[in-house]
Design a protein around this ligand. Structure first.
Ligand code: GSH
Length: 276
């Protein structure tokens, strides 16, 4: 979402705590949006104040003109309508349908990304203690838990997920990246052709997280890696995505590099799976 705000030329204004009781409309500088970061590492998404905003306890969420918008896909479509500019969700067929199909695939793989990044990057840091688990259950019972956080965190925090399940998710991601790499082989600049779209946003966010786990994109999917470098170089990516993530991103990448040097970690697991 932040990436698209940047691409639309909208300027980031003040930073507020996500649960600070300030009126956005009153506080916003003309033409600027207010950033309210929610730290997933600090588990701020699993607080009553965030669950009141987003019942599924995931980011992002957008408030504009006093209305709340949830779900990345819907938010980006709304930003197109509200702020114009080159559309991220194309209007004409069949480009629209093809773009949305690629976004749908990214959405379906979101769970796989969660499994893989927790297993090979966040590790114990992402586990909940019994008190936190209980708190999550209480909050989830007020909403619908559509992202299945309760069952995932329950199993993950109790080491209840077999390695084969993590491997399965890693392979699913590998298969999808391999396909994208093939498609990009025709020299297109963006996933859907000549113009940036919501598909580029969804998939580059996936890659950003996976690079932190040590996923060897450059070696396995070179055309996809080149495409990611183009996305990464865009000012909106640098300012709105990396601006806040840079330090943590470096920490995770260093951890993955050390693991790779010792022949452990995601690269090793993936090599085994591909060879099998
Ligand atoms: N369907 C949601 C999914 C959003 C989502 O899963 N966000 C992740 C971060 S990329 C999250 O907030 N995870 C919280 C957690 O795993 O505790 C959307 O597309 O907006």
């Amino acid at each position: 979402m932040r990436f698209v705000l940047g691409e639309k030329g909208l300027k980031r204004g003040r930073e507020e705590k996500f649960d600070a009781d300030t009126q956005d409309a009153a506080q916003a500088q003309e033409g600027h949006w207010i950033s309210r970061s929610v730290s997933l590492i600090k588990k701020e998404n699993m607080t009553q104040s965030y669950a009141d905003i987003h019942p599924n306890m995931v980011v992002p969420a957008l408030v504009h003109d006093g209305r709340l918008y949830l779900e990345s896909m819907d938010i980006i479509e709304y930003l197109d309508q509200a702020f114009g500019g080159a559309p991220f969700v194309p209007a004409e067929s069949p480009l629209r349908e093809n773009t949305l199909a690629l976004v749908q695939l990214a959405k379906e793989l979101h769970l796989s990304l969660r499994y893989v990044s927790f297993r090979w990057s966040l590790g114990r840091l992402a586990m909940l203690n019994p008190k936190e688990s209980q708190h999550l259950k209480t909050l989830a019972s007020q909403g619908k838990d559509e992202e299945n956080l309760v069952s995932f965190y329950d199993a993950y925090s109790n080491n209840g997920i077999p390695q084969s399940v993590f491997d399965e998710h890693l392979l699913k991601l590998y298969t999808a990246f391999k396909d994208l790499d093939t498609q990009l082989g025709d020299g297109r600049q963006f996933l859907m052709g000549d113009n940036i779209s919501i598909a580029d946003v969804f998939w580059s966010m996936k890659m950003l997280r996976l690079i932190e786990t040590g996923y060897p994109f450059k070696k396995l999917h070179p055309a996809l890696y080149e495409w990611y470098q183009r996305m990464y170089a865009r000012p909106a990516f640098q300012n709105e995505v990396m601006g806040r993530n840079r330090t943590l991103n470096r920490v995770w990448r260093s951890k993955a590099a050390i693991e790779r040097a010792f022949g452990v970690g995601l690269s090793k697991a993936l090599n085994h799976l591909i060879a099998a």
